[in-house]
Design a protein around this ligand. Sequence first.
Ligand SMILES: [Zn+2]
Length: 307
Amino acid sequence: MKLKYLTFISINLAFIILSISLLYFSSNHSDVTNGSQISTSSQKNVSDKEKPDNLVINGTINDSFFSSALNAGLTSKQIFSFTEALHNSVNFIDGIEDGTPYSIVLDKDTSHIRSFFYTENNRLHTIQLANNGLYYNELGINLSSNKLILPTGNLFRISSHFSKKRKHPIVGIVQAHVGTDYATPIGTPVMSVSKGIVSRSEYHPLAGNFITIKHNNGITTRYLHLNDRYVNKGDHVYKGEIIGKTGNSGRTTGPHLHFEYIVNNIPQDFTKLHNNIEMPLNNKNQKKLLKCINLSKTLITKILKEA
Ligand SMILES: [Zn+2]
């Protein structure tokens, strides 16, 4: 913690960047992203403007997100309003590794953190504030909500239900099927349904490539038959983080995701929770969200080139 007091002069170029911003966001709280737009006028030299339109900060996580953001010049109020809004979905205390590069775009009107990008293990993670006041990841998962999500985001056809007694389609014997099978095309992104820590990420002849995540309140989730695994044992994951892609690995009769939801070591029927699940943004709002994300990315790229 002492770092935040010792190194108030940031390692990044925040103060240069503060004076160069060009992006105009307007706030329209009735829709997800209506009203966000970038100024098309080029303002290479804005030093004669009274204040910058938007603020961009590029830095590296050092010690913690809190101290790094403080060092970069954000106020504790800005940081806490951001982390508090996301506390159900993201672990900011030790969820992001030291040395991780990040970029922040601030809203010009509210000074709230509008976009947060960081790159960990060569994967870019995105948190974007929409104009409805909620934060989303790039797949349109609402990170401000405390609700669970489906491991595939949207609902796919269930090819095999949770059952205490099921005749196994391959071995033919009656045994429990302690998960839900979602019939997904190969390569569908698989997300952690809640924040947690990866306890296993391995290959097994029957389960194929599988991932196990431990969450709060005695909850464990398992994701089987994946083609790709993007996380390793010990990794922190946030709700909606893409942990892998679906596939057909292990013993299967076709591509699907076998998903298990376990509470205090007892597998539960996850479909019973389907009614209370947070669904991703619809296509129309997802497009608007991506537009906002891309505007922030463009701004950051522009700032980095000019710095
Ligand atoms: Zn299954």
